[in-house]
Design a protein around this ligand. Sequence first.
Ligand code: NAD
Length: 487
Amino acid sequence: MASTTDLKIDFTTFYNVINNELKSTPTTRTATNPSTLEPLPPVPVSTQADVDAAVAAAAAAFPAWSKTPVEERVALINKFADGIQENFNEFTGLLAAEGKPPQAAGFEVQFTIMHLKGTTTLRLEEEVVEENDEKIVKVRYTPLGVGVGIIPWNFPMLLGAGKLGPALLAGNTFIWKPSPYTPNTALKLGELAAKIFPPGVVQVLSGEEDLGPMFTSHPDVRKISFTGSTATGKKVMAACASTLKRVTLELGGNDAAIVCDDVDLDKVVPKVALTAFNNGGQVCVDIKRLFVHENIYDAFLAKLVETVKSFKWGGSDDTEGAFFPPVQNSMQFEKVKSLFAAIEKEEWKPATGGVVEASEAGGSKKGYYFQPTIIDNPPEQSRIVQEEPFGPILPILKWSGSEEEVIRRANNTDMGLGASVWSNDLERAERMARQLEAGTVWINNHQDLSPLVPFGGHKFSGMGHDWGLVGLKGWCNLQTLSRPKAV
Ligand code: NAD
């Protein structure tokens, strides 16, 4: 077994990792650094033959891996996390080139390591569900087989590792399919994994947009854990139906935050501002609809504008402590640009921002930058309230009157990922939180995530959960074992 000093990897050339071998493909493609618009190093374009080879290797590795004692599996997952630490600066630099300033990239790498290590503290125990003089009935959890993680571009390392850890811990083999916009860090994680895990246990394949469907339709894949948009999630579920694959869907959000009039603005505004603009609005659980009570609305908005204006934005070569990134790719840039174009057309009132800074749109900056923008009390039916922007533009909405009314407005969406209530009266906040239709509701916080806590959405925000014991069970078949007490 390799010692940690053998875990250094080379970050110059990029390969698929199939059965612990580094494989190139006849065709390659490049992703783009969204702050410089320069291409990243070329990566493989996988074909059906590559997918078949990886799935066959994963299926062959499954019997031995699933029988490997859990403590051995845990040791290898922890070693994988140590290997990321060993290559910390290289991963941070590459992740920065995939779309965020080094300070934010370093934070994601650190969180990835913590997440993997945290996951390994979870254990699935057998449960006795019925016992009498005649019999004992237990529920146990057995791994599914070949699992595939389909990953979006906003947290290319963290969201993949958040599937890999539980999949392997439960005894499955795992294939990682990165987004075509951010394949480079994932391929290097695959290379690192090849130094640690037996062949076929962890594999990573990059490709074009046709690669996901090759996995969702593959007869020997037992589970797809998907994170991405609601539109794609529906396609994934439909594609998995004919082979009855297990499916977990972590989809889009349109998180409401309800701020009551008794809060301390100095404490609350900085937290709200950060969790609305974190990763430039490109977090599934960024605050996307901010309801503020009319008694404090003007003071809250003034402080929010001041806070957001103080945020530093930057790209992969930033050295000045920026934390907020450009929009990650051209597709998302066009979507967000159309919302900025609607500002004038729809007569929305920007309290700050409203400007596209990217040179492609006539602005002064090379990358996909927008000025962080707050829209002051737009109509409830407007696109900026109804849609998930996934960019640095936030609607702030006034509320007054009853709790029921603002709860109704917060719930008036197909989405139900996260939500929060902010109040100094914790009883009241909890009473309101319990009525919100969302997978996670925070009080006086937002976006507080942990590998020990289940994460998933209501309504169109998803099905099933990642993380926590519930997430781990999602990587298993449940078996009821009924045994008589005597023959
Ligand atoms: P996306 O749906 O476009 O792509 C996600 C992944 O699916 C990519 O790897 C893509 O290549 C793949 N894919 C595309 N078409 C496919 C198909 N037909 N079959 C199988 N795979 C396919 O999403 P995105 O633009 O990468 O990510 C942004 C979205 O993800 C936002 O809506 C955001 O809210 C959501 N998201 C959700 C969570 C969560 O945990 N709920 C976390 C992060 C992002």
